[in-house]
Design a protein. Structure first.
Length: 223
């Protein structure tokens, strides 16, 4: 197995190329997704210079957080059950999967700080994907007006598994346009400046369309 450092060199050079090629000129942050790997491998990623960590299960999240240094930035990227919010919300730096009002209400009730949230959007319309449909996003965000503990920092999506790069670009482009629409509302609680999109198989296409956070597991730390 290659070291995280070796993988990171390769990924960084691809990120660099895609950023340069992108008309949006983003330098995306890398979230290393450690859901498949051990605590030691996560620590190796930290030593390699990665500071943003992503986990999609509560147990794994809390365990990694406990063993990583305090300045690790912890992203919860999985869907969160409403009844589990109280167990984890105050440990989260960024939540990438805000996808319904019921969840927002529970966060509002349980959070002791302002939680930075991405609204998860299902741009492909695939039934197996979580997230709200693009049409629902702006009405949803308007409903959060009086929520003191939620800040909408951006939008997140997972593209379908496909090799079709043109299709992938279209999905990511759609998310960017929607993000710009939300931004133009000028809501103080929803600056919506960020785009969380791109995984091991499609991060280059996501960066070309302006990703500011890519979430990479397999190609960085392995499966
Ligand atoms: C697992 C996961 C990733 C990382 O996937 P890889 O293909 O291993 O890079 C990114 N985002 C979410 C939401 C995930 O669940």
């Amino acid at each position: 197995m290659k070291s995280v450092k070796e993988n990171l060199v390769e990924i960084n050079s691809q990120i660099c190329n895609s950023s340069e090629e992108s008309e949006f000129n983003t330098a995306p942050q890398v979230i290393v997704v450690t859901k498949y790997v051990t605590i030691d491998r996560a620590k190796e990623a930290y030593e390699a210079g990665l500071k943003n960590f992503g986990e999609n299960r509560i147990e794994g999240f809390l365990e990694k957080k406990k063993h990583l240094p305090d300045d690790a930035i912890m992203h919860f990227i999985g869907s969160l059950q409403t009844r589990k919010v109280k167990d984890i919300i105050n440990e989260i730096d960024y939540l990438h999967a805000l996808d319904r009002l019921k969840l927002a209400k529970e966060i509002e009730k349980r959070a002791e700080h302002v939680v930075k949230c991405f609204v998860q959007v299902n741009v492909s319309g695939e039934e197996s994907k979580h997230g709200m449909s693009p049409d629902e996003v702006i009405p949803f965000i308007r409903e959060l007006k009086d929520f003191k503990h939620i800040e909408i920092v951006g939008l997140m999506t997972m593209a379908p598994l496909t090799e079709d790069k043109i299709k992938l670009r279209q999905y990511f482009n759609q998310l960017r346009l929607l993000k710009e629409k939300v931004q133009s509302l000028n809501l103080s609680y929803a600056p919506c400046t960020e785009l969380s999109m791109g995984m091991s198989n499609d991060f280059n296409e996501a960066i070309l369309e302006g990703a500011s956070y890519v979430r990479i597991g397999t190609k960085l730390v392995g499966e």
